[in-house]
Write a new protein. Sequence first.
Length: 154
Amino acid sequence: MQYLSEIIAFLALLLSGYATYRSLKFKKSEQDLVEVQKKLNLLMFEKEKREAEQISKADLGANFISTGNHNFRLKIFNKGKAPAYNVTVEFPDGNDMVDEHSIKQKLPLEKMEQGQSVELLASYGSESKMKLKIELKWQNEDGYEQNKIVYPTI
């Protein structure tokens, strides 16, 4: 009988140790889950922030459009979600395709809405490059200056 109470006490001690071990293991996995949730919330916050910034930004691009026998138009367009202001174009490596008169008549463009575009006359000669380096410059609604270099090809 005397050993029975000691055996029961020992089994109770083992059960208590096992319960403590399981409790600590559960607490660790709970902390891991909380950590994963924090990271996920941070990623979601950053994504929402990027999307909110994109709503207030213009994004310009340019392509050549063929209109016939060696005649083209350089189409500058706004694919962003906000208007672009004071849109200008520069040719860092020189311009041997786009008509300067067309540029002076149409640019700087005071405001280019989302989805709006402007077309500039261009022509391709035997000495012309097939790829043209163009620097697009504009301002966002907040007045912050933006620029983007594009390489449209014929």
